[in-house]
Design a protein around this ligand. Structure first.
Ligand code: FHN
Length: 592
């Protein structure tokens, strides 16, 4: 049985090389696996947190001079003089702010940590700082929102964490100074900037005791790996148990993070606004952050709210891949979390009240793929999250192995009828799902779980097209599925194949289009595509690189009869590089 080759990228050990920048703490941080596991334990148990983007940019409500598309990037995108932007600070007075209410909303939703923007790219500190007057003290809001949130989190038993941007559009020492920064004087000094950051981070850690510092804005030149090592080392010396994400290191971009490249500084990595198709294999800590609508901070015109079903499926999908879901709210200038967010969070909380044990403290699915939902694991237990409830009440779980009991989390006292078979374990479920979004079946598995690999059955569309995407294929050998959108890569061996199972109900002749990328070294590679006894061979032209995807018509193929077929692609000969990176294949019926 072919098994999928899924990218496994293991985090480097937490031992750091001494920092290289001047004045750096040179003593490297060393940590055993047990020490790291202890430090990471709360993060891995949490699985679900609240992200909060709230700053003086919120005063604009996303509008500036009649343009309504802004968020926390207001200053940059509208190129506002920093002297003019300071007017927002004078208007920041969120009289409706109630830290206890925010924390209650998070806790009732099943969130176990809260990450609030202490300082975003505009450099404005949402806390009183001795090292910059560009801070909350410059507003009419004579309170300390971080102190109030930290206290409320402590009372509620959830972790208080802070977001801190490295990039700073206001500070005179940020090397990539903007033309509209009319308040900055002198020549930027990167070492002096790093020292400023250290002072503010020391204020944050010693005043509010955050469990985690969420770095961001790490992608511009002034920031280097060694500054990242220095800052991480400094934080870990201030608080040996503190966590940071991998963005402290620098030169990561959200897309790059989706591949979880070697995070050697910081404790986990952070794909953003997407969920990697297959997770990252055992032992990799990661978290994806996502919005409710299309903005991180408050935008009064953005009504593109994701449904509770989508949000819940995201949470379950992320947990099934061993990750954390950091769901963002953008509070109003008055200090209120938008109702569209709070109602959805209440609905998620109602689901978590019944099914939270399948998320908190869970680890990744034992299955490479499930066609009806997702799964998470705990020692001796499997949690099956059924999105597509079977109409006849019969659910096939593709596994062998002894299962001592099966039951619905919503009806724990009622054992389910289970019948083992060659295709897996057949469960008899009630005809009606306990939850329209996702119902959870628990299997007590005292011994080894023996998953059975299942292929996706791809179907022809009503228009006759057959769209095939990388994450629904089966691969052999060393081929890897990676990134988001998922792509097939590392296709280095002439014997390695990619195939899709397709149920055809409208046979005929189809134009074949590949969504592929190919570096110069692969120009001229020859591929072979077969469907049953029909074959198509073609020569591939290089695109602008291995990340430059082009939809290319490569020929036609005939599928003579309806039914289940296998479409297979492989190199026609040993490629002198990877055959190609492939995101998908589309078969479009040709007019008879
Ligand atoms: O530029 C920021 C953006 O404003 C927002 O904070 C997101 C959420 O993490 N991070 C950066 C974009 O990747």
């Amino acid at each position: 049985m072919r098994a999928p080759a899924i990218l496994l990228s293991l985090l480097a050990a937490a031992t750091l090389a001494p920092a290289l920048s001047a004045g750096a703490d040179l003593a490297p941080i060393t940590e055993t696996k047990v020490e790291r596991d202890t430090r990471m334990a709360w993060f891995r148990e949490a699985r679900f947190g609240m992200f909060i983007h709230w700053g003086i940019y919120s005063v604009s409500e996303g509008t500036w001079k009649n343009d309504t598309g802004y968020g926390e990037w207001l200053m940059e995108q509208a190129k506002i003089l920093t002297s003019e932007y300071a007017g927002l600070a004078k208007r920041f007075n969120p009289t409706g702010f109630d830290a206890k209410a925010w924390v209650r909303i998070a806790k009732d939703a099943g969130m176990k940590y809260l990450v609030v923007t202490a300082r975003h790219h505009d450099g404005f500190a949402m806390f009183p700082s001795k090292f910059s007057d560009w801070c909350i003290s410059a507003t009419p809001f004579k309170r300390d929102p971080l102190a109030e949130l930290a206290a409320a989190c402590k009372d509620a038993g959830i972790r208080f964490c802070v977001y801190y941007s490295i990039m700073d559009w206001h500070h005179p020492d940020w090397g990539n100074r903007r033309a509209w920064n009319d308040t900055a004087k002198g020549i930027p000094d990167p070492d002096r900037f790093a020292e400023f950051m250290k002072h503010q981070l020391t204020e944050l850690v010693t005043t509010y005791h955050p469990a985690l510092v969420w770095f961001d804005g790490q992608w511009e030149e002034p920031w280097t790996h060694s500054y990242g090592v220095d800052i991480y080392t400094h934080l870990r010396k201030l608080d040996p148990m503190i966590l940071t994400n991998g963005r402290v290191e620098g030169h990561h971009t959200p897309n790059e993070d989706a591949n979880i490249k070697n995070v050697t500084v910081g404790d986990y990595d952070t794909p953003e606004q997407n969920i990697p198709p297959f997770g990252f294999g055992p032992g990799v800590d990661w978290e994806t952050c996502m919005t409710f609508n299309n903005h991180w901070s408050y935008n009064k015109g953005d009504h593109a709210w994701k449904s509770t079903t989508t949000l819940l499926h995201n949470l379950i999908d992320v947990a099934s891949k061993g990750g954390n879901y950091l769901l963002n709210v953008g509070p109003t200038p008055e200090g209120l979390i938008p109702e569209a967010s709070t109602t959805r969070l209440a609905e998620i909380g109602a689901w978590m009240k019944v099914n939270g044990e399948s998320i908190h403290g869970s680890t990744a699915s034992a299955f490479a793929r499930l066609t009806w939902g997702r799964s998470t694991s705990k020692p001796g237990k499997l949690y099956l999250h059924v999105f597509a409830w079977p109409k006849d009440g019969t659910l096939l779980v593709p596994m062998n192995g002894t299962v001592s009991k099966g039951y619905l989390l919503a009806q724990p006292g009622k054992a389910l009828k289970m019948t083992p078979g060659a295709q897996g374990l057949e469960l008899k479920l009630p005809l009606e799902a306990p939850d329209a979004n996702a119902s959870v079946v628990v299997l007590n598995v005292p011994g080894e779980v023996k998953p059975i690999y299942v292929s996706v059955i791809n179907h022809q569309g009503a228009d006759g097209k057959i769209p095939l995407i990388a994450e629904d294929c089966d691969v052999t050998g060393g081929i890897k599925l990676n990134g988001n959108p998922c792509a097939i890569g590392s296709w280095l061996n002439a014997k390695d194949t990619v195939s899709w199972q397709v149920m055809v109900d409208k046979p005929g002749t189809f134009a074949v289009t590949l969504d592929h990328a190919l570096g110069d070294e692969g120009n001229g590679n020859v591929f072979s595509l077969t469907v049953g006894d029909q074959a198509l061979q073609g020569t591939l032209a290089a695109t602008k690189g291995w990340d430059d995807y082009v939809q290319t018509l490569v020929g036609t193929i005939t599928i003579p009869a309806a039914g289940m077929v296998t479409l297979t692609i492989k190199p026609a000969s040993q490629p002198h590089s990877g055959l190609m990176n492939l995101r998908g294949v589309t078969l479009t019926p040709k007019a008879p």
